[in-house]
Write a protein of this length. Structure first.
Length: 441
């Protein structure tokens, strides 16, 4: 018997995001506290967090250093107007981010979520070409199975049909195919096959002409679409084709950035230099909403050079809460933890163990593919006839009942381990997953 029951009146008003509202309100899973790698639910149970919240709390929940930084900031400066005024924390954070991203990604624009980062990056790309005298370059290219948030631009380049179909036409876009190939099933880490799929970009260029294309946006490792690591050489090939055709390359690193792939960015890990890179989620370790769009020196300089008189705006874009003081303080503290505790290096050291334990589930009922990179992993389950997405939903619910939190997305179960998770905790999580697959077979 639950220690606390919730009434219909208590639960009714909140229209929950990306949630089966009717099911939740009939059987609520209320999280009331968190600590380290555990969530604590309304009945007082400690649940092992296999997704780092929603891929955002890699350093573990309720880190005292972040709590202290937020408290201090709130007592000093709760808010400073973001437009035409600044505060020191946002400048300090921009410099910090500049120091941890590769190459000439030198200018940081702040947003409040991954979705806002994507809109910002896409608008930057279009405006860049207009300012360079090529206003026809407006088309945006994404990928099937890509996820770039839920706002209109991000939906247009996104490749998850279920997220798009209700909302009609938005921005002109096109898509490369995903990189899942039958010969790569159950491969560990980066698949060897599939580099050639980047050549599809040449076909889209032939179809639309490079003079109409502003940017290609990809997640270096697909997250929400079911953890799809890039084939060896694929991102290099995309970079080469973009450069040869004057097309900007945007890496959406909302999940892949800041440790998850075993480096501060996937761009660094794979040694491919994008023109624009997005960060969110892990930026504040989930404590306060914040995102950052990092642009190349060339892009920033183009806006500055075309800016007109010095009182005029170079980029008419921004959010009330861009570079919010409390978010900036949380991010500075979170990045300090990430770097001083060498958490990306910990992910590199621990991911072979995770990979091995995850791939032990090969042969479990309904498992048709397993994919992993760094501290991200997915089990692809064969769909129930006529009920796509049912099986992962049931698995995730049963796991919650057993005291483990995993995520379901389309036909996959997804894991995004906290960077600080202990070996024994990884083992217990995957053992429970194996048992659950057998129980529900
Ligand atoms: N880009 C990428 C690559 C993302 O993964 C967004 C943009 C949008 O971020 P916001 O902050 O607007 O949600 C994301 C977010 C999941 C899951 O379980 C993934 C996301 C969000 C919620 C759940 O896979 N990704
Ligand atoms: N809608 C209205 C009516 C507003 O006044 C504003 C901001 O001033 C916005 C939307 C945008 O809000 P935000 O800057 O938080 O994205």
């Amino acid at each position: 018997m639950a220690a606390t029951q919730f009434t219909h009146e208590q639960l009714d008003a909140y229209w929950m995001p990306f949630t089966a509202n009717r099911q939740f309100k009939a059987d609520p899973r209320m999280v009331v506290a968190a600590e380290g790698v555990h969530l604590i639910d309304h009945t007082g149970r400690r649940v092992l967090d296999g997704v780092s919240g929603l891929w955002c709390c890699g350093a573990g929940h309720n880190r005292p250093e972040i709590v202290a930084a937020v408290q201090t900031q709130l007592k000093t400066l709760d808010y400073a107007p973001a437009f035409q005024f600044g505060h020191p924390g946002a400048f300090e954070l921009a410099n910090r981010i500049r120091s941890i991203v590769p190459g000439a990604l030198d200018y940081v624009f702040f947003a409040n979520s991954g979705s806002e980062c994507v809109e910002t990056a896409l608008k930057m790309a279009r405006a860049y070409w207009r300012l360079r005298g090529q206003p026809g370059k407006t088309r945006l290219i994404g990928r099937a199975r890509g996820y770039h948030g839920v706002n209109f631009g991000g939906l247009a380049v996104g490749g998850i049909a279920n997220n798009r179909k209700l909302f009609g036409q938005s921005v002109e876009s096109d898509h490369l195919s995903h990189t899942l190939l039958p010969q790569n099933t159950f491969c560990r880490g980066l698949p060897q096959q599939g580099r050639h799929l980047a050549e599809q970009l040449n076909e889209l260029i032939a179809l639309h002409d490079a003079s109409t294309i502003a940017a290609v946006i990809v997640e270096p490792v697909v997250g929400s679409g079911g953890v799809i690591p890039p084939p060896v050489g694929y991102l290099q090939q995309l970079r080469q084709i973009c450069s040869a055709n004057d097309i900007l390359l945007i890496f959406d690193e909302v999940i892949s950035g800041l440790g998850r792939c075993g480096a501060l960015t996937a761009a660094e890990r794979f040694d491919v230099q994008p023109d624009i890179l997005t960060l969110a989620k892990q930026l504040t370790n989930g404590a306060v909403p914040m995102g950052a769009v990092v642009a190349s020196r060339d892009i920033y300089q183009t806006f500055m050079d075309a800016g007109g008189a010095d009182y005029q705006l170079e980029f008419p874009h921004g959010y009330t809460y861009s570079g919010h003081p409390v978010a900036s303080a949380a991010a500075l503290a979170a990045l300090e933890i990430l770097v001083t505790e060498a958490l990306p290096q910990r992910v590199v050291a621990m991911s072979p163990h995770f990979e091995e334990a995850l791939h032990q589930l090969r042969g479990s009922p309904h498992v048709v593919d397993i994919r992993n990179y760094g501290f991200a992993g997915a089990l692809h389950l064969a769909p129930c006839p006529g009920e796509p997405a049912r099986r992962p939903f049931d698995v995730a619910l049963r796991m919650w009942e057993k005291g483990f939190y995993v995520r379901c997305g389309a036909d996959t179960i997804q894991l995004g381990l906290p960077f600080v998770m202990a070996t024994a905790q990884i083992d217990s999580l995957l053992a429970a997953l194996g048992e659950t697959l057998v129980e529900l077979a």
